[in-house]
Ligand binder design. Structure first.
Ligand code: SF4
Length: 741
């Protein structure tokens, strides 16, 4: 039996795993006791990984060879890799030649490894010359990125998991940590056992399992987070709980914010958020870390943990920034147990941010909008330029394809036909695009039906590279077994597929007598993609970080073989930084953190007489995304076995609904039918539906009669103007008892 140390492919906690294998078969998985994210622990998802990788499951669910559809809607036919990539190259080159580089788009994933992400980003922005590359991480953390940059000057979560035990107050906002980051939640439970006086405040629209164990639960109305945070700052100012010395020394912009929060009185905040004034006072005091004695000498550390409840919002950036404002006002940052700590949903959302794999970013946290940054990246890559035209972000990309503006889509390791909001528009985009390539490990996702070309990718247990977790820790992902199949037909690594395609496109350019306008290499003399291994890709990425806030020039693959490391870790350093901003210097032009003068705006789609319920979405404890992996493990249905929309019992009684009745749930965009279930975790007029259930479980119809499925038949694509992250956490819906034929 062989043992291979690797990383769990599910959530952003980034737990280390030890994979047991015999020959081509993964026979077991256990937690890695030496990994600093989990010290040997795994949750229900991580501990059942081997069950989703058995030979039987592989045969039933995996995409095992390249497939091509000559006619949309037909059964795809097996082709060789050479044929598949020749087709892809020819088609992309033709579309670029006919319509320009911005007629193609790449939609990638936080499930990809950093090396995969790097190659795709360079392929789009460096070779093809389009910034139309975005990621499903746009759907989960782009508001956290924008919030950090707006206030602290860089996209860098300043804390580490150890801070959970140093905090005296844990302020958890918009995060059901118990379900979404279970092993981190175990550490929270440990910290609370070790320090019974530690306080835990939870802010959420639902009484989640996390809220159940809080010392104070603020069940706010949907979308009112900024109102709450500004109300807390108002109170802190009034009571003298802020830290003027910290603000004077390390921040700027407070006067404007102070004028704004004057209007956020406790009465107004309590009424808008739907909470009690005394709870607002208590939350403010615990956050500030003060008691009734000498404030300056008795301030205790506060750590906030936050996730999709803040991020997935049409005011996502404002919510992030308003929370960070509180940390700056109280000096609750840059010391053990204090700081604003955003949690990443996906295993490598952080790695995607690091390589600039989003439409508005460039390598190593550079900004596309910055001409100097574009020039630096062009020089690093050896291309004439990086285009300045902003790329399409996730929602914009599919809208552009639905409008006929984007003609070819390359989708890697994600399932937009299920996971994007406003599914009707996304499916229209996939139908209208002239050419859709889907690079996937699984043959079971809803997006497969729309692909002209399906390219089989390797998956967890086979892949080789790195990921970065929520605390900036880079871990190795190692192959325990070889991918099934042979080199001509079997799955290939994501980075290698992108490299093969890129090199073919380069050769086509050399051979082409008709210049392909916009492409960056008129007559390339050497490949931009000279990568024999993932390490060679990572080394180029590492060099791109030199002198940047996430500088990893002190790290190597060899060091990562020994232990996972946190960034930054500059050349000559022997360890990474556990936490940031301990010296009070921020990566802004003036070295100060900037208060963000944001204002409260309500949700994008208000409830009305026609759509009187607020629908929110979220995770179940034992499922992951669209269930392509967890859905193969019977044991993981033991916690929740079937889909349901959750509703307050009094709302059910008023509508004469009984437990298990089928209801017709609809928004302006579509409708689904599923059972209703009573839940006192919700306030009146609010509903909850898990994000995981797809076509096999919850079918639906679009407003124009098209076939849809799952909760995203209903959600809105309204997004935050700064981060472009869509508002999954609120849609106005109506619910009626389903009429059965
Ligand atoms: Fe995997 Fe997250 Fe569970 Fe850890 S907490 S085992 S990373 S799903």
């Amino acid at each position: 039996m062989k043992e291979t140390r690797s990383t769990c492919p599910y959530c952003g906690v980034g737990c280390g795993v030890i994979i047991h294998s015999e020959g081509a078969q993964i026979t077991g998985v256990k937690g890695d006791p030496q990994h600093p994210a989990n010290f040997g622990r795994l949750c229900s998802k991580g501990s059942t990984l081997q069950l989703s990788a058995t030979a039987e499951v592989t045969l039933q669910t995996r995409l095992l060879q390249p497939l091509q559809r000559l006619v949309r809607g037909s059964t795809p036919q097996p082709v060789t890799w050479d044929s598949a990539l020749h087709t892809a190259t020819t088609k992309f080159a033709q579309i670029i030649r006919d319509y320009g580089p911005d007629a193609v788009g790449f939609y990638v994933s936080g499930q990809l490894l950093t090396e995969d992400y790097y190659v795709f980003n360079k392929l789009a922005k460096g070779l093809i010359g389009t910034n139309n590359i975005d990621t499903n991480s746009r759907l989960c953390m782009s508001s956290a990125v924008a919030g950090y940059k707006k206030t602290l000057g860089a996209d860098a979560p300043p804390n580490c998991y150890d801070d959970v035990q140093f905090a005296q107050t844990l302020f958890i906002a918009g995060s059901n940590t118990a379900f979404a980051h279970p092993v981190l939640f175990r550490r929270i439970e440990d910290a609370r056992r070790a320090n019974p006086t530690q306080k835990m405040v939870v802010v959420d629209v639902r009484r989640t399992d996390t809220a159940e164990v809080a010392d104070l639960f603020l069940q706010i109305q949907p979308g009112t987070d900024v109102m709450l945070f500004h109300g807390m700052l108002h109170l802190m100012l009034w009571e003298g709980w802020v830290d003027p010395a910290y603000m004077r020394a390390h921040t700027s912009g407070f006067d404007a914010l102070k004028a704004t929060v004057r209007d956020y009185t406790p009465d107004a905040v309590a009424a808008t958020c739907g909470i009690r004034k005394e709870d607002l006072v208590l939350a403010s005091r615990w956050f500030a870390g003060v008691d009734d004695s000498d404030v300056a000498h008795s301030r205790t550390p506060t750590l906030s943990l936050y996730c999709q409840g803040l991020n997935q919002s049409s005011a996502g950036t404002a919510k992030n920034a308003a929370l960070i404002n509180l940390h700056l006002a109280c000096g609750q940052i840059g010391k053990p147990g204090a700081g604003p700590f955003s949690l990443t949903g996906q295993p490598n959302a952080m790695g995607g941010r690091e390589v600039g794999g989003l439409a508005n970013l460039l390598s190593a946290h550079r900004d596309l909008a910055n001409p100097a940054h574009r020039a630096e990246v062009a020089a690093l890559w050896g291309v004439s330029q990086v285009p300045d035209k902003p790329g399409k972000t996730a929602v914009e990309m599919f809208q552009a394809a639905a409008d006929g503006e984007i003609k070819a889509l390359w989708i890697a390791c994600t399932n937009p036909a299920q996971s994007m909001p406003d599914q009707a528009t996304v499916r229209r985009a996939l139908e209208r695009a002239e050419f859709v390539v889907l690079q996937e490990a699984f043959a079971t996702t809803a997006t497969c039906a729309y692909a002209d070309l399906l390219l089989p990718a390797t998956t967890w247990g086979e892949k080789d590279g790195t990921v970065t977790n929520s605390e900036r820790r880079i871990s190795r992902v190692r192959p325990a077994v070889a991918a099934p199949g042979d080199a001509h037909h079997g799955p290939r690594h994501d980075w290698a597929i992108a490299v093969d395609f890129a090199q073919r496109l380069e050769k086509l350019l050399v051979a082409s007598t008709v210049p392909i306008e916009g492409l960056n290499q008129a007559q390339p003399t050497r490949s931009l993609f000279p990568y024999p291994t993932p390490e060679s890709v990572w080394n180029e990425h590492r060099e791109s970080t030199r002198g940047r806030d996430l500088d990893i020039t002190g790290m190597s693959y060899q060091q990562l073989e020994e232990r996972p490391l946190q960034w930054p870790m500059r050349e000559g350093q022997s360890a990474g930084a556990q936490r940031l901003y301990e010296d009070g210097v921020f990566p802004t032009a003036d070295g100060r953190a900037h208060f963000a003068n944001v204002v409260y705006k309500p949700v994008a789609e208000a409830r009305d007489a026609r759509f009187p319920f607020s629908l929110t979405t979220g995770r179940l404890r034992d499922q992951w995304h669209g269930m392509s992996r967890t859905g193969t493990v019977g044991r993981l249905f033991g916690h929740v076995s079937e889909p349901a929309v959750l509703m307050h019992p009094q709302d059910m009684a008023r509508r004469l609904l009984k437990e298990g009745d089928l209801v017709h749930l609809s928004s302006k965009r579509g409708a689904v039918v599923l059972p209703v279930q009573a839940s006192k975790a919700l306030a009146m007029s609010q509903l909850f539906m898990a994000m995981h259930w797809g076509e096999e479980f919850v079918s639906g119809l679009g407003a124009k009669g098209q076939r849809l499925s799952g909760v995203n038949a209903l959600t809105t694509s309204a997004f935050c103007p700064d981060s472009k992250q869509p508002e999954f956490k609120h849609a106005a819906v109506k619910v009626v008892k389903a009429e059965l034929p």
